[in-house]
Design a binder for this molecule. Structure first.
Ligand code: ZN
Length: 365
């Protein structure tokens, strides 16, 4: 047996990735067996009182997980194409589609389960439901559970902040805390190293100062009447427009300079202000992870901000799967679609991007 203490950081991390990925794969395989074990009541033959005891003792699997797995299996019992994916794709992904799956749409859904990660699949289904797309019949009260789950998982994976210079205790709403942590993660990624809450708050303050509405906010608080408030709102809008106009000029100049893959910081800043620091997809409140070229950079070497959109990871994946219709128009016109437009030259580019990402995923990157 190898001495773990002697491993370098890289090796130790690589081992964690490998073992973690193996653990997840085997948990999926085990989960896929449970519905059949339950059907046969096989656990009784081996001295277990229930399927829950069976799963806990054999695989350390919690009760709630078992309930979910059996629920998914029940939902999919008459949808063999999806049911067959249980072992390879995992019950958690199938749970996302279980409520909208029908005998008729199972083939299309199975294809999406195969090519999308769980969060992308969740986003895809959510958008279709919001559009009342015929592929999915909206059944209220089913998406909620998954959303809460995703949030609590994210909250748990947030980094522990380093000790602040001055201790301030702020009772935050869970949603605010989550947003701060998401921003912290994003900034850390950009800085290629951990960023503490102090820096997160500084960035927020800087952004605020950049918009130059601070004084107006104070006025707003002291306003006595509705008309005063309206006036302030008007002034605020004007200042924002001024700020945007100045930034725009700078940005468009840069966008037309000789192309490099690197998007200039000023363009990114401009877009962040334009979309208020959010993903550009309508109604998406997530923080953007990537600046997406709606006219692919490979086809059109330009960072024209009209065709550059800050997107969260999930919406960016949908875009590269060719599933956002009208993507070159403003986000108001975007629609999530079921199949990509295979005639578009973008389709070829996207296929290359996706296959590259697939290879990276397979390597555990
Ligand atoms: Zn989004």
């Amino acid at each position: 047996m190898e001495n773990i203490e002697k491993l370098g950081d890289r090796e130790l991390y690589a081992k964690c990735q490998l073992y973690g990925s193996n653990a997840r794969q085997w948990a999926k395989k085990f989960a896929a067996l449970l519905p059949e074990v339950d059907k046969r009541q096989l656990y009784k033959k081996h001295g277990f009182y229930s399927i829950f005891e069976f799963a806990a003792k054999l695989a350390g699997m919690g009760r709630e997980t078992v309930v979910d797995i059996l629920w998914v299996a029940r939902k999919l019992q008459d949808k063999p194409i999806l049911k067959a994916q249980m072992e390879e794709q995992g019950w958690a992904k199938l749970r996302v589609v279980a409520n909208v799956a029908t005998i008729e749409n199972q083939k299309i859904l199975a294809e999406k389960v195969k090519i999308m990660s769980k969060p992308t699949l969740e986003t895809f289904i959510k958008e279709l439901r919001q559009q009342n797309h015929e592929l999915v019949q909206s059944r209220p009260g089913t998406a909620k559970k998954h959303e809460t789950l995703a949030i609590s998982q994210n909250a748990m994976s947030g980094e522990v902040p380093t000790p602040p210079r001055i201790s301030v205790r702020i009772p935050l709403k869970p949603k605010t805390e989550l947003r701060l942590r998401e921003l912290q993660k994003k900034l850390s990624k950009m800085a290629h190293g951990p960023v503490d809450f102090n820096e997160v708050l500084e960035t927020l303050l800087d952004t605020y100062a950049a918009v130059k509405t601070g004084a107006l906010e104070a006025k707003e608080e002291q306003a006595q009447s509705l008309s005063q408030l309206e006036e302030i709102a008007k002034e605020k809008e004007q200042r924002l427009q001024q700020f945007e106009a100045q930034a725009k000029e700078k940005v468009y100049k840069l966008a037309n300079s000789p192309p490099s893959r690197h998007i200039p910081a000023v363009i990114k800043k401009f877009l962040s202000a334009k979309f208020k620091g959010r993903c550009a997809y309508k109604g998406c409140m997530k923080l953007p992870k990537i600046f997406h070229h709606t006219r692919r950079f490979a086809l059109n070497q330009s960072h024209n901000p009209d065709f550059l959109m800050p997107l969260c990871k999930e919406h960016e994946r949908l875009a590269h799967l060719g599933l956002i219709d009208n993507e070159e128009k403003t986000p108001d016109f975007w629609r999530t679609q079921i199949f990509p437009n295979t005639n578009s030259p973008k389709y070829t580019i996207d296929k290359i991007v996706n296959s590259y990402r697939g290879a990276v995923c397979a390597l555990g990157g």
